[in-house]
Write a protein that binds this ligand. Structure first.
Ligand code: ASP
Length: 613
């Protein structure tokens, strides 16, 4: 028997018992003829006391950090107790011990505030995982996993595994491909998600499916993405959007309850994609705070449903007159910003990541006067009208950005988030869920995202998402061709909406899904709209089109980003912290040193010739 108890288990009630512990040496403290050793395992730390006799043995066999040690002795009440740890009242009076294994000096300290840098910790991830801070994250991840499984099981969902060596399942990224030795010149693709399989399971009649599953996407790694990541992937049949929204806000609420002890009893807010874009400038708004966007000017085609406020800014100010878009936000309580502070904000919006040329502000002074960086161009009365439109009150600071449509909207959205952060309105312990509904069905790819080329319509969600019934005609009756790339927003496809929904938590998209197409003809029309001719459709998705001929039920589903959900619940910005063995920002596993070259012989077996450029 290696141990009778764990290092986190012993209490006052165990005093006098003879026990055996095994674990890793955290610290060794020698005081004259006695030595204290903190022994650590997954469950905690227990202090070992080596008396005079054993100290001699220790002198001959000194213990070092991270040595694996087994010790037997009596549980003793500590004379100076440590209230900070659960085992702080007792210690183990060691009677015998053995060193089960030695350890090299670890390259960084295995402590909460370690001295190890990111790279070093990634290289020695197996040591990093010994740290309490990392262990807590993995425990949280497991708690989320358990909670999700319990909820889904209770609701009749069945966990069914789907294969990894498949044919492409498009989710808007490039596929990772795997050469097949037995089929020279042919390749599997790793799934970007189990999308087509879960739909096939619906055709097979498994009406509630889930899987906590790895997905693989070969995309440029923007901040905090992983080439392989985990989804809670779900699908249901005989459901409408409303059924899905109810079932899965139930799932997230259950996870809140089980993992964080939070009773999220209120209904989850809902907003259309258009509302989100208008009011917050992005499709995953953080609704923990207001500061909504006031759209003063915009091109008519962008969002047809909105009345223009451009008369408010009419005048001689060339910047506003020449801009495609002008957007304002009212920042509460900041009218007293100094020149230095407004200058700093101006520099902030000019940073390349934000990319604006400047920032206009209006101070709504407490005494009812208005002071602005564009005083020369607008009367106080006009400034007041603009500030009122932005919803500013006395004491607020109105910030206005102007420029091209997309960039300005994005920049204002970033500025809003930044001001929210600076004003402490984005509280880590506040959780606010939101459904964003009615997404556009298509997106125009100005750049190539998935290897399929640029300048074409791609599915905003994926090609299996159904259009809103009222928009099907528009899709069928219009050619996808876009004559003038600059004017793609005027193409009828730009206005087609989908039965698609995203769940947003504190400004992060944590899940997304849709009601699917389940009729062969409509699926063919959808593929055609995405520029696939009949032959390509058959080659890529013949199996799905074929399955739709054998009694495919109406169905829909959703997938949650499991890593991201964990990181938000754990109050961290980084999903890597919640993955046992993550890749770094360039998609490398620095511990394994992968990806790496393979032997010439392997290429031969695969009938592959390298052509490095
Ligand atoms: N497969 C989709 C995704 O990975 C989710 C879904 O539509 O259910 O985003």
């Amino acid at each position: 028997m290696y141990r009778s108890h764990t290092c986190g288990e012993l209490r006052i009630s165990h005093i006098g018992n003879t026990v055996t512990l095994a674990g890793w040496v955290q610290t060794v403290r020698k005081f004259g003829s006695i030595t204290f050793v903190d022994l650590r395992d997954r469950y905690g730390i227990t202090q070992l006391l080596f008396g005079e006799e054993l100290n001699k043995q220790l002198d001959e066999n000194p213990l070092g950090r991270e040595f694996v040690v087994q010790a037997t002795g009596k549980v003793n009440e500590r004379s100076s107790k440590n209230a900070n740890i659960p085992t702080g009242d007792i210690e183990l009076l060691v009677e015998s011990f053995s060193i089960l294994n030695k350890s090299a000096v670890p390259p960084f300290t295995i402590q909460d505030d370690t001295d190890g840098g990111d790279d070093l910790r990634m290289k020695y991830r197996f040591l990093d995982l010994r740290r309490n801070a990392v262990k807590k994250n993995l425990e949280l991840r497991y708690a989320v996993n358990r909670s999700a499984r319990n909820y889904l099981h209770e609701n009749n969902f069945m966990d069914i595994e789907t294969p990894f060596l498949i044919k492409s399942t498009p989710e808007g990224a490039r596929d990772f491909v795997v050469p097949s030795r037995m089929n020279p010149g042919q390749f599997y693709a790793l799934p970007q998600s189990p999308q087509t399989f879960k739909q096939l399971l619906m055709v097979s009649g498994y009406d509630r499916y889930y899987q906590i599953v790895k997905c693989f996407r070969d995309e440029d790694l923007r901040a905090d993405r992983q080439p392989e990541f985990t989804q809670i992937d779900c699908e249901m049949c005989f459901v409408e959007q409303e059924d899905i929204l109810n079932m899965f806000e139930g799932l997230i609420k259950r996870i809140f309850k089980d993992v964080k002890g939070i009773d999220y009893t209120e209904a989850v807010e809902r907003m259309t994609w258009e509302e989100a874009m208008w009011q917050y400038g992005n499709d995953k708004p953080d609704i923990r705070f207001g500061m909504k966007l006031c759209n003063l000017k915009f091109p008519a085609h962008t969002f047809p449903a909105k009345e223009s406020l451009s008369s408010l800014i009419a005048g001689d100010f060339a910047v506003f007159n020449d801009a495609e878009t002008v957007i304002a936000i009212a920042v509460p309580g900041c009218a007293e910003y100094t020149r230095k502070q407004t200058d700093e904000l101006t520099e902030w919006v000019k940073r390349p990541q934000i990319g604006m040329k400047g920032l206009v502000f209006i101070k709504c002074n407490a005494d009812g006067t208005y002071k602005s960086s564009v005083d020369k161009f607008y009367s106080e009365e006009k400034l007041k009208a603009i500030a009122d439109a932005a919803g500013a009150k006395a004491g607020d600071l109105v910030l206005i950005l102007a420029g091209t449509e997309e960039r300005t909207r994005k920049a204002t959205s970033e500025l809003r988030l930044e001001m929210g952060k600076r004003l402490g309105l984005r509280k880590a312990d506040e959780f606010k869920l939101l459904w964003v509904l009615d997404f556009p069905l298509f997106e125009f790819a100005l750049e190539d995202q998935d290897g399929g080329g640029a300048g074409r319509w791609v599915a905003r969600h994926h090609p299996f998402t159904s259009p809103k019934p009222a928009h099907i005609e528009t899709m069928i009756n219009n050619s996808p061709k876009v004559a003038d790339l600059d004017k793609y927003l005027e193409h009828p496809y730009a206005g087609i909406k989908a039965n698609a929904y995203d769940m947003v938590l504190n400004g992060n998209e944590i899940g997304g899904g849709s009601i699917r197409i389940f009729q062969r003809e409509l699926q063919e029309k959808m593929f055609a709209a995405l520029g696939m001719d009949a032959e390509e459709q058959q080659h890529k998705f013949g199996f799905l089109l074929g399955a739709f001929e054998y009694g495919a039920p109406p169905h829909g589903g959703i997938a949650f980003g499991f890593d991201r959900l964990c990181s938000i619940l754990g109050g961290s910005e980084s999903i890597r912290d919640f993955i046992a063995f993550p890749k770094n920002n360039s998609g490398r596993d620095v511990m394994l040193d992968a990806p790496s070259e393979i032997a010439e012989k392997q290429f031969d077996e695969l009938s592959i010739k390298l052509n490095l450029k």
